[in-house]
Every structure is written in structure tokens, then in C-alpha cells.
Write a protein of this length. Structure first.
Length: 241
């Protein structure tokens, strides 16, 4: 589904942010992207979305990302921003959810069908006509996820989906992520959430991929995490390796 082949990027000459990244994410995989601040996680996401252009090759569903294929690839990728206020820009949840399907050329009837199906699936019917500025943080995060799902993407990218949520809303978001059938790439410092939602982890440090493997194997490796300025997830803190 997603493939990076020897991808590098620098904002300034001789100051690389990503260095020779290569990995593959298969259809339906749920992959956590972890690393300390400055590791390159956000830049990786920007390259995948075509917001930045680096060296090497990025492929989505077998199609190489370039100017000619950018529109096609973006239809396949749904991106949930860390700050929902930067994503929810229409007055109501309904209008936000309708925006992308209508701009993709769907009829209003088909767009409304998608919106209603997603809201019912997530149990968010009561949010449909709510004003975005009146939503709680957890409601807004769920509405942002619903907005992306109304696009029916093949893969969902998420940047810190559990940040600034209380425990109740954090659990709702985690359960929602686990229920999604799409390919998922989730960047987060919340390693307990990654442990709950991802089967595999990519660990980045200083723009390089330093580990790639099963989630529990990597997140229970105290020495590996501490060497890369991270700590064990809270639920595994009693273990050592």
C-alpha cells in the first residue's frame, strides 16, 4: 500500500531531516510511527502527502508520488491532523463531512449517504448538525476522524490522535482506530496508545529508521527506547529487557 525507497529530505543544504528511509506498509496494516521530537515523523507525513518533495521514491498502491499522480494519491489518503481546529473549518460537522465528497464530484445524495453511514458506524449521529466551535476536544477529534472517513480513503494517516484528550475520550478514539479496516499510519508519543492500536512500529531517530518490528517487541525494549530518548509505555514499565 505504502512504500518508501531510499527517501531523503533536507530543509537546508547539509542539514538532512530524513536520511535514506526505506520501508513498506502492506494493505490493512496498522503501523505506529514513533520517535523523540525532531526525529522526522511529521516531515515523513508531509512527504507522503506531497506537501514536501525529497529524494528517492514514494509509492502508494503501486503508483509513484509525483506532480502528475498527486491528486490521485491524495484521494487514497486521509490525514487526521494533530490539531482538529486546523481541520474542521466549516460551521458544522455535517458541512465539514460533505465538503470533500462534494469536491470529489459526488452527488449530494451520495455524499449524504456517506456522511450518514460514517456517523452511524461511529455512533456520532448526535454530532451531525452540531457547530464545531461548541464541540469538546474529544468530540472534535472524533468529528475530524469522521470527516476523513467520509472520503472513503484506502489509508488513514494520523498525527498524535490522542493528544490533549481526557481518559474517557482517549479510550473512545483508541477503540475507533482499532475498528478501522483501512491501512493506518499513526505518529504519536503516546506509546500506550500505539501498543493498543498498532501491530507494528517504525522507530525513527535523527531522520533515520532505527527499528522496524512487532509493536510489543520494540516497545518493551527499554535499552532501545532509552537510546533514542524515549521511555517504556506505562503499562510495560515494570518489565526490563
Amino acid at each position: 500500500m505504502i512504500q518508501f525507497q531510499n527517501v531523503s529530505f533536507a530543509y537546508e543544504p547539509d542539514r538532512p531531516v530524513l536520511q535514506n528511509l526505506s520501508f513498506r506498509i502492506a494493505p490493512g496494516e496498522s503501523v505506529g510511527l514513533i520517535g523523540a521530537n525532531g526525529a522526522g515523523k511529521s516531515t515523513l507525513m508531509k512527504l507522503l502527502l506531497g506537501l514536501r518533495q525529497g529524494e528517492g521514491r514514494i509509492l502508494v498502491d503501486g503508483t509513484e508520488l509525483n506532480k502528475a499522480s498527486l491528486s490521485e494519491i491524495r484521494r487514497k489518503l486521509g490525514y487526521v491532523l494533530q490539531n482538529s481546529d486546523n481541520q474542521m473549518f466549516m460551521p458544522t460537522v455535517y458541512e465539514d463531512m460533505m465538503f470533500a465528497p462534494l469536491n470529489y464530484g459526488l452527488s449530494r445524495e451520495e455524499a449524504e449517504r456517506r456522511v450518514d453511514a460514517v456517523l452511524e458506524r461511529l455512533g456520532l449521529e448526535d454530532l451531525k448538525h452540531r457547530h464545531n466551535h461548541k464541540l469538546s476536544g474529544g468530540e472534535k477529534r472524533m468529528a475530524a476522524i469522521a470527516t476523513i472517513l467520509a472520503m472513503e480513503p484506502e489509508a488513514v494517516l494520523m498525527d498524535e490522535p490522542s493528544s490533549a484528550l481526557d481518559p474517557y475520550n482517549r479510550r473512545i478514539v483508541i477503540n475507533t482506530i482499532r475498528s478501522l479496516p483501512q491501512t493506518k499510519l499513526i505518529a504519536s508519543h503516546d506509546l500506550d496508545m500505539i501498543l493498543d492500536t498498532c501491530d507494528r512500529v517504525l522507530l525513527m531517530s535523527k531522520g533515520q529508521l532505527v527499528a522496524d518490528g512487532p509493536t510489543e517487541e520494540i516497545l518493551s525494549d527499554r535499552a532501545l527506547l532509552e537510546a533514542n530518548r524515549m521511555e517504556l509505555p506505562f503499562c510495560l514499565a515494570g518489565r526490563t529487557k
